[in-house]
Design a protein around this ligand. Structure first.
Ligand code: GAL
Length: 425
């Protein structure tokens, strides 16, 4: 036995050193052998992956030597993906580019933490300042530096409805919160327990921001985010009460449903309404549903004339592992060809002002018209108006409210959140 040990040790030592040198060789060879770009998002299904794939095709055709590595993590509005991203960034393992919302999510989170490279050079090179909307540039800039490439404009305040159900019950599409409540009361009386489909908690935040907009109007809604409207005011209380009432029409299993599950309840005829961003349209198309027959749309009651928006954009991290390939990807994200491939499938309109309208369906053409003429305000749930720490505090308060439905306690927590992480200091 004592004689054998050194033999085994020697064999093990040789095996381990062979393995290590193989790994070392691989590590130094990979970048030279094949360029790659790792793109991080939360677009994994339900109309979203299909949009990303369409843009990836444009990328592959233009850059056949760069391998596109899709690092998407499932979960609506990036709830899971952003947690994974945070862990990776902390460990110094940034992907080459990631999806980030234009607005405070970008500026108050990633830019504030010095995690991104400015992209002014790319904007100049590609002539993007001439085609990207003026509304957007300040939301992706700080101190004269531009930090992301927006691929789209999504609308948050959309009421999706089932036209057949409304017709059968003699209900007109509601234009105000009161009309909406009346419509849902009749549906309840007709035996539909939960006329408004809702999903997991972020979809409740999405619903809340649209109801606050309806109740406060665009000026006061904006004032919430710059600290000029008191979160403790009677107006905010009225908005939260309206939201509380809206919640009484929702399904009791909301917490266990994804946004796709909730949207599907409408086209399946199990609910009459759902408030969701227009990525729901991309999903309906994937389900082969017909606009105006299987689903209809309108601004969330009380918000006509206002376009509550968000924009998906992609970034270049400081020390991107494959910087040149990341820049190539961003070039496609900002291109007309890339945006016109991605958006008609994703259910969004191009961020660029020169998209080819004929490629977009009826809903999307109506969104383009509204984007051009409506009053524009930003979304909370999708990163425009509040940075991550403020939004997280609001989300914690919302979680408690969804259980106890105590408006006063909720409002008090929102006052505290604005004072500790928002502009109410
Ligand atoms: C939003 C995102 C959209 C869509 C949605 C649902 O935050 O901007 O593109 O992905 O989440 O996942």
């Amino acid at each position: 036995m004592s004689k054998r040990v050194p033999w085994i040790l020697l064999v093990l030592l040789v095996a381990v050193s062979m393995l290590l040198s193989a790994c070392g060789a691989q590590a130094t060879q990979t970048p030279a052998a094949k360029q790659q770009v790792e793109v991080f998002s939360w677009w994994t299904g339900g109309g979203e992956a299909a949009g990303l794939e369409a843009m990836q095709k444009v990328f592959n055709a233009k850059y056949p030597d760069i391998e596109f590595v899709n690092a998407a993590v499932a979960g609506g509005t990036g709830t899971n993906a952003r947690a994974v991203l945070a862990t990776r960034l902390q460990a110094g393992q940034a992907p080459d580019s990631w999806q980030g919302h234009a607005g405070q999510e970008l500026i108050g989170t990633y830019v504030a933490a010095n995690q991104l490279e400015p992209l002014n050079f790319l904007y100049e090179q590609e002539g993007w300042l001439k085609v990207m909307p003026e509304t957007l540039i300040p939301l992706i800039s700080k101190d004269g530096n531009i930090y992301s490439v927006p691929v789209n404009i999504h609308r948050a305040n959309v009421l999706w409805y089932n036209p057949g159900i409304l017709e059968k019950n003699g209900i007109a599409v509601p234009g105000s919160l009161d009309e909406w409540f009346a419509a849902m009361d009749s549906l309840k009386a007709a035996g539909m327990d939960a006329p408004l489909a809702m999903g997991e908690q972020w979809t409740a935040m999405h619903l809340m921001e649209t109801v606050l907009l309806a109740s406060l109007g665009p000026d006061k809604y904006n004032a919430l985010w710059d600290g000029s409207l008191d979160w403790g005011s009677a107006e905010v209380k009225a908005g939260l009460e309206a939201f509380n009432k809206v919640l009484t029409y929702t399904n009791s299993d909301a917490a266990s449903l994804t946004w796709q599950d909730a949207s599907q309840l409408v086209v399946n005829g199990d609910a009459a309404f759902n408030v969701m961003g227009d990525w729901a349209e991309g999903y309906f198309k994937e389900l082969k549903k017909t606009p105006k027959t299987d689903f209809g749309w309108a601004p969330v009651p009380g918000t006509a004339g206002t376009f509550q928006f968000l924009s998906d954009s992609f970034v270049l991290p400081v020390n991107a592992p494959h910087r040149d390939a990341a820049i190539a990807w961003l070039t496609i994200c900002g291109s007309k060809e890339g945006q016109d491939a991605f958006n008609p499938v994703k259910g969004s309109i191009p961020a660029r002002s020169d998209g080819d309208k004929s490629l977009y369906d009826e809903y999307l053409q109506s969104a383009m018209a509204d984007w051009a003429k409506d009053r524009i305000v930003g979304s909370l749930a999708h990163g425009v108006v509040a940075n991550d720490s403020w939004k997280n505090e609001i989300n914690t308060a919302l979680g408690i409210f969804l259980t106890d439905k105590n408006v006063d306690a909720f409002q008090a927590l929102l006052v505290t959140a604005c004072a500790s992480s928002g502009p109410c200091k």
